[in-house]
Design a protein around this ligand. Structure first.
Ligand code: SAH
Ligand code: F3S
Length: 496
């Protein structure tokens, strides 16, 4: 039996797809790169914005014919939309066989097998913490912590892996659906995490990204001792073979000095910090229920640059949140100018039913205004990204080679971003760039790779994409390159 997984959303979803694939592969299923010939099609879904959900429902609609015409075929909906919509998925797409929430991936194989054997729909989702009356422990256990199977063949690249260190979120930002669909915040034990990282290292993994909704809030208490993210980074630094560690996403108020010093001092901890600010006006931050002021965020930015020279900071922003005035928006623009982010992911506010913002505020910023603010903020950010990248011109950088560039292979490298469902991406061709940037990218992409080489991409320590020519076999190795040209989202290099 063969399966295909289609993934939208954040890195958490990318990891869940890999873990789901590993569970199926361990049970004897074969993974395919396309829907053609699949017996089972899985959609791993996102609920953060309405747009993402509508795309999934229309994709499901297009599958109806296939599912009803092909005997033995199965459709599974997993991820945040499965948790949020539950039975509604079966109502909107009655031919779906399995609905499985993000806390139930360990049950996926059993559910698929039961659906195949009985022909009846199967569902497993966590206890809704806001709707059902249940104690916290019951809710937590329903978003079950489990030790996942890690298979190198389930990963896109064997030498890079993500490791979940936390489940869920307790920050309860007023606009967000994550605390509802991913359940309460739970940290995994350091031992489990370390064992998983060692397994990955044994499989040839050299770079790991630690994942959590608020990854720097990590806290695990055992035998009177508390382990924080800084301690975890130190433990992972000792794992032989692991040369690079990053962690996403950080919550601004949980960025301790100890953590920043750990990033500065540990050789494997990379100087890259994704710390979503969300907004630049205190009034909006308050409505968003973010627990900091813009002054505190600015101090944090200062502290990061002082502690870790050359650090790259990235952020998320929401434009057009309920009640956002032009003046409030301009304060976000000011913050972007001040913080000099390497890049920012900018989202137009999307009402999520059931959360605090949907209950107490009106979605009163017109769509055209949201769009304009999105573009304006993006233009400012792009200018900064271009300037920061220009400062790399002539410099030597160490990169981890990821593989052939998008031009060489459509399915790899630059297509990934932190959020696959993002309305804008880091990809040069899709991001608005400065006119100068376009010329630069165009010229370099037009240059043919010399014989025996292909156009490759790699990433610097601070997560900048470098495009250069080299032999295909270099994927997975560390190389030194000199930066010979730059664009807002890409550096162009020559192998040294
Ligand atoms: N802590 C998580 C956040 C997940 S949601 C993480 O960074 O991994 C990812 C981003 O989507 C948020 O940072 C926020 O900028 C955006 N977002 C969340 N809810 C949104 C909504 N209702 N409308 C628009 N954007 C939203
Ligand atoms: Fe969402 Fe805020 Fe948590 S954005 S994931 S509620 S930190």
């Amino acid at each position: 039996m063969k399966f295909y997984i289609e993934t939208v959303g954040c890195q958490m979803n990318a990891l869940d797809s890999e873990l789901a694939a590993a569970e199926l592969m361990a049970a004897g299923w074969e993974r395919l790169d396309s829907r053609k010939d699949a017996d089972l099609i899985i959609f791993n879904t996102c609920s953060v914005r309405e747009h993402a959900e509508e795309k999934i429902y229309s994709a499901l609609g297009r599958l109806k014919h296939w599912r009803t015409q092909k005997p033995g075929s199965l459709v599974c909906v997993m991820g945040c939309m499965a948790q949020k919509d539950k039975d509604v998925v079966f109502q909107r797409a009655p031919y779906v066989d399995v609905v499985v929430g993000p806390g139930k991936i360990d049950q996926l194989v059993a559910l698929v097998e039961a659906a195949a054997a009985t022909g009846t729909p199967q569902i497993a989702v966590g206890v809704d913490r806001f709707e059902q009356k249940a104690d916290r422990q019951t809710i937590k256990e329903s978003f079950r912590l489990y030790d996942p199977i890690r298979l190198p063949q389930a990963r896109q690249r064997t030498f890079q892996a993500m490791v979940r260190i936390m489940f869920g979120c307790d920050k309860l930002c007023s606009y967000c659906v994550v605390p509802s669909v991913r359940g309460p915040e739970q940290s995994r034990s350091p031992k489990e995490i370390l064992d998983e990282v060692k397994t990955l290292a044994d499989q040839g993994c050299v770079e790991v990204t630690l994942l959590g909704q608020t990854v720097n809030s990590y806290r695990y208490r055992e035998n009177g001792k508390t382990t924080r993210l800084a301690d975890l980074l130190a433990m992972i630094d000792g794992v032989s073979g692991i040369r690079r560690v990053r962690f996403v996403s950080s919550y601004p108020t949980d960025m301790t000095d100890e953590l920043l010093q750990a990033v500065r001092d540990l050789p494997s901890a990379m100087p890259y910090l994704h710390v979503p600010a969300q907004h630049g006006a205190n009034s909006t931050l308050k409505r968003m229920r973010r627990h900091y002021t813009v002054e505190q965020y600015r101090e944090l930015v200062d502290r990061i640059y002082e502690t870790i020279p050359g650090a790259a900071i990235t952020s998320d922003f929401i434009v057009g949140f309920s009640g956002e005035t032009e003046d409030e928006f301009l304060q976000t623009v000011d913050l972007v100018r001040y913080a000099r982010f390497k890049n920012s992911f900018i989202f137009k506010y999307s009402v999520r039913p059931g959360n605090e913002a949907s209950r107490i505020y009106v979605d009163d910023v017109p769509e055209e205004v949201k769009k304009r603010r999105n573009n304006e903020l993006l233009a400012v950010q792009n200018e900064i990204s271009a300037e920061l990248n220009k400062s790399f011109l002539g410099r030597e950088v160490e990169i981890l080679v990821e593989g052939p560039s998008k031009r060489e292979s459509r399915s790899v490298a630059q297509e990934e971003t932190l959020y696959a469902e993002c309305e804008q991406t880091e990809t040069p061709s899709e991001q608005p760039t400065t006119p100068e940037g376009i010329t630069s990218v165009g010229e370099l992409l037009a240059t043919a790779a010399p014989n025996g080489t292909v156009q490759l991409t790699g990433r610097t320590e601070c997560d900048r994409i470098v495009v250069f020519n080299g032999p295909r076999e270099m994927a997975g190795t560390f190389q030194r390159v000199r930066v010979v040209d730059t664009a807002p989202f890409t550096l162009f290099g020559e192998l040294l």
